[in-house]
Design a protein around this ligand. Structure first.
Ligand code: AMP
Ligand code: MG
Length: 320
């Protein structure tokens, strides 16, 4: 049974011994281990059932330590790091030779970020290695935004979960790579493209390409509940297609008007229509709906502003 604790030194001890932990961050919880320890890296992949071709993100304590993992930092990357770290932005940079290829899925690049979470930063400052961490969920399933979600997935399988409360941001980081000094978007995330482009100008987008090799968060099917999910602009119209005995859960953005067919559960992501609040609530709402073992979840498309695109991206993959 995993210990759920707020004790940093206990978490550091587990990591120094080469084991893995549940790590709170502002985006989602991570499944973290010493990036320079191959057996910790193997434990991350095995525990998650993550294919070895999907690279991990290095979590570091400060920009001063960036060169421990990155061999080269283009000027645009440094501008972004200074503007948004600590924060939900992951930069993909050429790796230092000593970063294990197991962590980068044999790539010559490594994904890196500084999480904006007090406990995570305290922990990273207490150890002298970066933490490799993908999200703390079995591959392809709904991401965890609380220590309890991590425990539900991995209770007997990891020794410790650092409890940092509910994630304040709630969806994964935005991932940016570089072609020379030109930023390229690999994954929509919790830093909007508008915010990034305000700092470095136009960003090239390649996230629509399902076969793009670089970012498994881009796989067509991902972030999925066990319950079938339909993603739509018009919930009422979809409900009308089902019989009264179908047990339906609703995931709506701002509000939902009761329909002729009764629904079992209604989750509203942001009554005030704020896409950032909706992101914070997204995964917990999906976890609650999935736990009810309904016949169907109907999720509503958000407007394409703020984090609307990033949420729609997740719901679209959840529906596949
Ligand atoms: P997650 O699995 O949500 O924790 O996020 C990790 C994601 O970071 C991976 O699935 C990739 O999408 C991305 N990533 C990590 N390393 C690289 C890399 N070297 N190049 C491109 N994307 C990467
Ligand atoms: Mg993930």
């Amino acid at each position: 049974m995993a210990i759920i604790t707020t004790n940093i030194s206990q978490a550091a001890e587990v990591l120094i011994a080469g084991n893995i932990i549940g790590l709170p961050t502002e985006t989602v919880y991570g499944l973290a281990g010493n990036m320079f320890n191959e057996s910790a890296l193997r434990a991350i992949y095995e525990t998650k059932h993550r294919p070895l071709k999907n690279p991990l993100i290095a979590h570091i304590a400060s920009i001063a330590r960036l060169s421990e993992v990155a061999a080269h930092i283009p000027p645009a990357a440094m501008q972004l790091a200074e503007a948004f770290w600590p924060g939900p932005l992951t930069l993909v940079l050429p790796k230092q030779p000593h970063v294990p290829l197991l962590a980068t899925a044999q790539k010559s690049t490594v994904a890196i970020r500084i999480p904006n979470h007090a406990l995570a930063l305290e922990l990273l400052n207490a150890i002298d290695f970066p933490l490799a961490a993908p999200s703390a969920n079995p591959f392809g399933t709904i991401s965890p935004t609380s220590a309890q979600h991590v425990a539900n997935y991995f209770h007997g399988k990891i020794p410790l979960i650092l409890d940092g409360g509910a994630c304040t941001v709630g969806i994964e980081s935005t991932i940016i790579g570089f072609q020379g000094n030109q930023p390229v978007l690999y994954r929509h995330g919790s830093l909007s493209l508008e915010q990034i482009e305000a700092v470095v100008g136009k960003v090239i987008q390649i996230t629509e390409n399902e076969t793009a090799p670089d970012a498994p968060g881009m796989l067509a099917k991902h972030y999925s509940p066990l319950t079938p999910l339909i993603f739509t602009k018009n919930i009422v119209q979809v409900i009308a297609q089902f019989a009264a005995e179908t047990r339906i859960g609703i995931l709506a953005f701002q509000s939902f008007q009761h329909s002729v067919i009764p629904v079992q559960q209604i989750e509203i992501l942001s009554p005030s229509g704020n896409t950032y609040e909706a992101a914070t609530n997204l995964y917990a709402a999906l976890h609650r709906l999935d736990a009810l073992k309904l016949d169907l979840i109907i999720a509503e498309e958000l407007p394409p502003v703020g984090l609307g695109n990033s949420i729609n991206d997740r719901l679209n993959r959840a529906a596949k």
